[in-house]
Design a protein around this ligand. Structure first.
Ligand SMILES: Cc1cc2nc3c(=O)[nH]c(=O)nc-3n(C[C@H](O)[C@H](O)[C@H](O)COP(=O)(O)O)c2cc1C
Length: 218
């Protein structure tokens, strides 16, 4: 009898877990669905429609669009683990939404829950941060760059050149996805960078570089 009760309890926990997984959440993490680019938009469509727009509908971004945006921004696109953007080090993309802040884990294609607070309106004095359903925070950790190349990189261009380039590729990919999916977006360098680094508890050498605001067309 006791064994039966334990078994029933276990089955009930497991069924809840699988429901949660199907719904796209694992605890507070978000399990992203497979990227889906079946809308037949061409590269020409994306380039011809790319632009910055600072107004957004208040609708939250669907998990499918989040999945597609993050995969476009820095997802894994081949068996070797290579990414949709050229990376010399790594890029860490945080996503601030109403329910909190998440970190994109490209290897597992999930959003790891980091914070419960809605930080969006506090991280810049520019008005659009108050209206954007999602703010992508593009960060670079210096320690992700190969140490043996550092001296040559510093001599060639300085490390900021490499950090800036890495985030720029991801922002353009987000622009191109938005341009073909009725979404609005724009990139911002004007934000409280130190505050954001502190909120995200980034370690020394890991900094935020750009914000990219994303939402549906109004
Ligand atoms: C690195 C970078 C930082 C930017 N920072 C801001 C910003 O803080 N606020 C803003 O309104 N526009 C900013 N912009 C400009 C817009 O994102 C946008 O690129 C510009 O208005 C050109 O418009 P378009 O993208 O439609 O061609 C920035 C652009 C870049 C490339």
């Amino acid at each position: 009898m006791k064994h039966q009760a334990v078994l029933l309890l276990l089955l009930s926990i497991l069924s809840h877990f699988s429901i949660a997984q199907n719904q796209g959440t694992i605890g507070k993490n978000i399990k992203l669905s497979e990227p889906d680019f079946s809308n037949n938009a061409t590269l020409y469509d994306a380039l011809a429609n790319r632009k910055s727009t600072r107004s957004f509908s208040q609708e939250n971004i669907s998990h499918q669009d989040l999945s597609n945006l993050l995969w476009a921004a820095a997802g894994i696109n081949r068996a070797s683990g290579g990414r949709t953007v050229p990376l010399l080090g790594d890029i860490a993309i945080y996503v601030a939404v109403e329910s909190g802040v998440y970190l994109y884990n490209a290897q597992e294609h999930i959003l790891e829950h980091k914070l419960d607070e809605d930080i969006r309106s506090t991280i810049s004095s520019q008005e659009p941060v108050k209206r954007a359903p999602a703010i992508f925070i593009l960060t670079i950790d210096d320690s992700s760059f190969p140490g043996f190349m550092k001296d040559a990189m510093i001599e060639a261009h300085g490390m900021d050149f490499y950090y800036g380039n890495q985030v720029a590729y991801s922002t353009q990919n987000i622009y191109l996805y938005a341009a073909t999916n009725d979404m609005n977006t724009f990139v911002m360098g004007g934000f409280y960078r130190k505050k954001v680094d502190e909120i995200l508890s980034l370690p020394s050498g890991h900094h935020s570089y750009l914000l990219q605001l994303v939402g549906y067309n109004k």
